[in-house]
Design a protein around this ligand. Structure first.
Ligand code: KG4
Ligand code: ZN
Length: 357
């Protein structure tokens, strides 16, 4: 079964062809980073316009690379939320048009569930139950996946998402957008993770919640106290910040695995590409006989293949989405799970977004 996966929730136009939920025939990502970089964050209006321009050519390219005609596709899977409203709408409208024109089923996919399914593309069937740690630009959620389609939320961020914190600290350090990969790289290039002792919020509070806004402020204060970004050792600050983030993440993820009695952890989302998180979690999990699975770094960040994959499993469970479906910018990872982080104020006079929440 061949699924066309479409992802337009933020600033990546992702289109992929996925066969039987596991084989990626093609995975086209038209990224818009150069368009947004000069603003230091994603500009929602620019993102949705760019999706309009990039989406259909990306579908054609995905078909050409996959060696198939659009008519060979068996179903269309599309991200319906969460994300930026305008960006989501472009993908949803296009997917409905393809579904209608080709007379194929439409499958609406939760973007965050898509991130989790990216693991299937690299590792095959998900070993369940598992603790799932979703860390992206807009989300930090710690969950248990009991079965396919059955998830429970253990905790989440009470303020900034993990990727959001990386991006904001990168801005403080004068690095480009997105900041996560830049901080990761600087830390690897000789950064001393013990150079500055930044706070590890909520590390021993007994919950599975996270808080990163105090850490971000601590980095800002440190840089100011040193006389500005030119005066600090950027590698050391990047590595020390990253270590504070990873310390809390590793501690809570492994405590969750032990409390839930599960021996598998699934990482998901853009921040799951972080080399320090992967290395530290693997190392400490191994000591406790816990296995950690993460998508390959390229499949951690937004892409259409993960949506095609999740869509395949939803279709197999008999799910179909009505052509009346709308985009839901605030779609929850677990339906009815009401508690979520307060909306972040928009930056730069409201012009830019700190990604979806
Ligand atoms: O999942 P994603 O592509 O988009 C959302 O759904 O939000 O995640 C993007 C986020 C950005 O904040 C980016 O800075 C972060 O993932 N990121 C990283 C790394 N690669 C991407 N953060 C830390 N280390 C990385 N290597
Ligand atoms: Zn994402």
């Amino acid at each position: 079964m061949l699924i066309l996966g479409i992802e337009t929730s933020c600033d990546e136009t992702g289109v992929a062809l996925v066969e039987d939920g596991e084989v990626v025939r093609s995975n086209v990502i038209a990224d818009q980073q150069t368009l947004h970089a000069r603003y230091g964050g994603v500009v929602p209006e620019i993102a949705s316009r760019a999706h309009v321009d990039l989406l259909h050519p990306a579908v054609e390219e995905a078909c050409a690379l996959g060696g198939v005609h659009l008519g060979d596709v068996d179903a269309i899977a599309v991200t319906i939320g969460p994300g930026l409203a305008g960006s989501l709408l472009v993908g949803v409208a296009a997917a409905k048009s393809y579904a209608l024109a080709l007379d194929r089923p439409l499958i609406g996919v939760n973007h965050l569930i898509g991130h989790v399914y990216a693991n299937v593309l690299d590792h095959g069937a998900l070993p369940l139950p598992a603790v799932v740690f979703v860390v992206s630009g807009g989300h930090t959620s710690l969950l248990v996946m009991d079965d396919l389609g059955v998830m429970r939320v253990l905790g989440q961020t009470i303020d900034d998402a993990a990727g959001e914190a990386y991006d904001k600290v990168a801005r403080v350090l004068g690095l480009g957008y997105p900041g996560g990969p830049a901080i990761d790289m600087l830390a690897q290039e000789g950064g001393d993770p013990a150079a500055v002792r930044f706070p590890r919020a909520l590390i021993d509070d007994g919950t599975y919640d996270f808080s990163l806004s105090g850490l971000k402020t601590a980095v800002l204060r440190h840089v100011r106290a040193q006389g500005g970004q030119e005066q600090v050792n950027v590698n050391d600050v990047a590595a020390s910040f990253q270590e504070a983030v990873v310390d809390v993440q590793v501690s809570k993820v492994l405590r969750a695995a032990s409390a839930e009695g599960v021996d598998t952890v699934l990482l998901a989302g853009g921040v799951a590409a972080n080399s320090r998180l992967r290395a530290r979690l693997n190392e400490e999990a191994e000591r406790r006989n816990v296995r950690v699975l993460a998508p390959s770094p390229a499949l951690c960040t937004d892409n259409g293949a993960m949506i095609g994959c999740a869509g395949y499993f939803q279709l197999k469970r008999g799910e179909r989405t009505s052509l009346d479906v709308g985009a839901d910018p605030n779609l929850q990872i677990v339906p009815g799970h009401g508690r979520r982080a307060p909306r972040r104020p928009k930056r730069r006079g409201g012009a830019t977004s700190t990604r979806h929440e």
